[in-house]
Design a binder for this molecule. Structure first.
Ligand SMILES: NC(=O)c1ccc[n+]([C@@H]2O[C@H](COP(=O)([O-])OP(=O)(O)OC[C@H]3O[C@@H](n4cnc5c(N)ncnc54)[C@H](O)[C@@H]3O)[C@@H](O)[C@H]2O)c1
Length: 360
């Protein structure tokens, strides 16, 4: 890579086909150096939403114009509603019209919505072509860009149509965080807290020590390391990888009940809090675990409660893909830095949530 490479953190994700996650400042300007090392084709489709395209689309196109790649761009409306079959097929048609072949690649420049949509298009087009994740939200940097889960939503629920399709690389330019609105930054903080809470007590207490300036490049890198360690043991989420869904059963339900007006990370924050309350009631962990989580979420201004009933949340959650037959796998905390998987009959979810909601 070009200049400034000493500032870039690199983590190799040891999946069947290993790939690198690079995290640091200035990476978007180094694409022309980096992409030829990992891609074989000469054509690229740059995918981003209108907001991200406004901030970074021209910068990436300019950089690629000196790289020998022929690059087109596909821009869609920002927001969760674009994780749809319509948008997916619009993208696939644009890829076909451009004449992408099996050696070519897709660049997903944006947050989790872009990564999920572009990643799924790459997984499906000609039975699978390469893609590179260029995450521009904190959430995408620490979570969605790594691990190869791609999906769109159906009316019946979130992420119901998808594929496991690992990227060729993840290049996270931390400079892009500078333009994130506060609320989108908070969505990412929620996933950072999730990762720390379920796997790294030291990181959890580091996040709690808010007085000092946080080093986000290091924090993102640690989260990626943790995710990478978990997914290499369980690439297709048959076991341990489910731990990463901590807070997500209720979180996805909150997203659905709010018609996606409440962001993914905000929903997961409330989901983590509610399921930890339930875990205390069911004696999986001490009350102190809940109070420490509550303090940390509140210190980052993450809202804990939304006006949905246990019945509404349970109904929405039971459409969720993590349900298996009439059983549901919950991720429950044991202590700060350690969670476990626990199966319950799906019909009992409402009771779990109701009890947690009525507890003061
Ligand atoms: N595949 C996975 O493993 C995985 C994991 C977690 C979440 N997700 C998915 O990720 C999505 C949420 O991701 P998200 O919060 O990144 O949402 P997002 O992609 O919608 O981005 C949030 C908003 O921020 C804007 N934005 C993005 N980067 C910006 C920047 N640098 N400057 C200014 N604005 C910017 C976008 O235009 C958008 O309006 C959900 O659909 C969720 O299901 C997927």
């Amino acid at each position: 890579m070009g200049q400034g490479s000493q500032m870039i953190n690199r983590i190799t994700v040891q999946t069947k086909q290993p790939y690198q996650v690079c995290i640091g400042s200035g990476l978007l300007d180094q694409l022309a150096d980096y992409l030829p090392q990992i891609l074989t084709g000469r054509q690229l489709m740059l995918v981003s939403d209108a907001t991200v395209n406004h901030f970074y689309g021209d910068q990436v196109m300019r950089c690629l114009s000196h790289s020998g790649f022929r690059c087109d761009r596909f821009v869609f409306s920002a927001g969760e509603a674009s994780k749809s079959a319509d948008e997916l097929f619009r993208l696939l048609n644009a890829m076909a019209e451009m004449g992408l072949d099996r050696s070519d690649a897709v660049l997903a420049l944006g947050g989790g919505v872009t990564g999920d949509l572009a990643g799924l298009a790459a997984a499906l087009y000609m039975r699978g072509i390469d893609y590179v994740q260029l995450p521009t939200t904190l959430l995408a940097a620490v979570d969605s860009s790594v691990g190869g889960k791609t999906a769109i939503n159906l009316a019946a629920g979130k992420n119901l149509v998808g594929a496991f399709w690992q990227p060729k690389a993840v290049l996270c330019d931390t400079d892009t965080f500078a333009t994130l609105p506060d609320s989108v930054w908070q969505d990412g903080l929620s996933e950072v807290i999730k990762t720390a809470f379920l796997a790294d007590a030291q990181l959890f207490y580091r996040l709690s020590a808010k007085s000092q300036e946080q080093k986000w490049q290091e924090i993102v890198s640690r989260c990626v390391e943790i995710k990478s360690e978990i997914i290499i043991e369980d690439e297709r989420e048959n076991g341990r990888r489910k731990l990463l869904n901590f807070g997500h059963t209720v979180g996805h339900a909150i997203e659905v009940c709010s018609d996606y007006t409440i962001g993914h990370g905000h929903s997961v924050a409330a989901g983590m809090w509610l399921i930890t309350k339930a875990a205390v009631q069911h004696q999986f962990c001490a009350a102190r675990v809940l109070s420490e989580l509550t303090d940390l979420l509140q210190s980052y201004q993450l809202q804990l409660q939304y006006p949905f009933t246990a019945a509404e949340l349970a109904a929405a959650a039971l459409h969720d893909k993590k349900r298996s037959g009439d059983r549901l796998t919950l991720v429950l905390p044991l202590q700060i830095g350690q969670c476990c998987l626990h199966q319950i009959p799906a019909a009992e979810l409402e009771q779990w949530l109701q009890a947690a909601m009525t507890e003061s």
